[in-house]
Design a protein around this ligand. Structure first.
Ligand code: ADP
Ligand code: MG
Length: 238
């Protein structure tokens, strides 16, 4: 399980409407990519789904239950940001296991879960290193590992590859696709990179100025963009 429903979701900061009546249903196991220009509300929408931002009006549902007032820690969601936000004084093992430790899991169980995630992400030989001793790509994999170990229903990624160089971006993108296949979890992924969107998405959601312009499978949007804006974003021939 891990389906998400947004029902007329709105967000205002003071008098500024940033998210305007967004309706969306994301299926169990779906890989859904949000694209749109800078400032269109992608991060705000993710943060509302995660519970890091209040909802001005409308409903966010996970597996059919309204979670508008559910604290982030109880939403069974994991979020991976553009900046890795790892603890510099903890090694990879402890960075990945910290959430489980805070949740009171026994040490042996944490060790096993962390090792399994490290294996999945090719980080086994780095478990005793600190973040400063890792490359950018490895750090981002640790951040993803930290999300995996909590076995969330829903993964939220906010431009996770934008700090990586081109080669690492491709490699990490492939790892995220593999991870989606292995875990079968629902993923919502924000990017402004067309290639990432086209290759990762089951469906792409095109946002503009806090509203959804169009939702569809990558080739559907490519072949039948609703307007010039979508065509421009998806890279359809004019
Ligand atoms: P994106 O991730 O698509 O670049 P954001 O969700 O970060 O866009 O921002 C959407 C809009 O909301 C922007 O105009 C931004 O300035 C505004 N915004 C975001 N967070 C806040 C905040 N805490 N207070 C006021 N305005 C905000
Ligand atoms: Mg953003």
């Amino acid at each position: 399980m891990g389906n998400l429903t947004l029902d007329k979701v709105c967000k205002s900061f003071g008098t500024v409407d940033v998210i305007r009546e967004v309706d969306l249903a994301v299926n169990d196991g779906e890989f859904c990519v949000f694209v749109g220009p800078s400032g269109c509300g992608k991060s705000t929408l993710l943060r509302m789904i995660a519970g890091l931002e209040d909802i001005t009006s409308g409903e966010v549902k996970i597996d059919g239950t309204v979670v508008n007032t559910t604290p982030p820690s109880q939403r069974e969601i994991a979020m991976v940001f553009q900046s890795y936000a790892l603890y510099p004084h903890l090694n990879v093992r402890d960075n990945m296991g910290l959430g489980l430790k805070q949740a009171g899991q026994p040490r042996a169980q944490i060790a096993q879960t962390v090792e399994r995630a490290a294996h999945m992400l090719d980080l086994e030989s780095y478990l005793n290193r600190r973040p400063a001793e890792l490359s950018g790509g490895q750090r981002q994999r640790v951040a993803i590992g930290r999300a995996i170990v909590r076995k969330p229903k829903l993964f939220l990624f906010d431009e996770p590859l934008s700090n990586l160089d081109a080669a690492l971006r491709v490699q990490t993108r492939i790892e995220i696709a593999n991870l989606h296949r292995e875990l079968g979890a629902t993923m919502i992924y924000v990017t402004h990179d067309q290639v990432e969107a086209m290759t990762l998405a089951d469906r792409i959601v095109v946002l503009r100025d806090g509203r959804i312009e169009q939702v569809g499978a990558p080739m559907e949007l490519y072949k039948n963009p609703a307007n010039e804006f979508v065509a421009g974003f998806i890279g359809s021939p004019k």
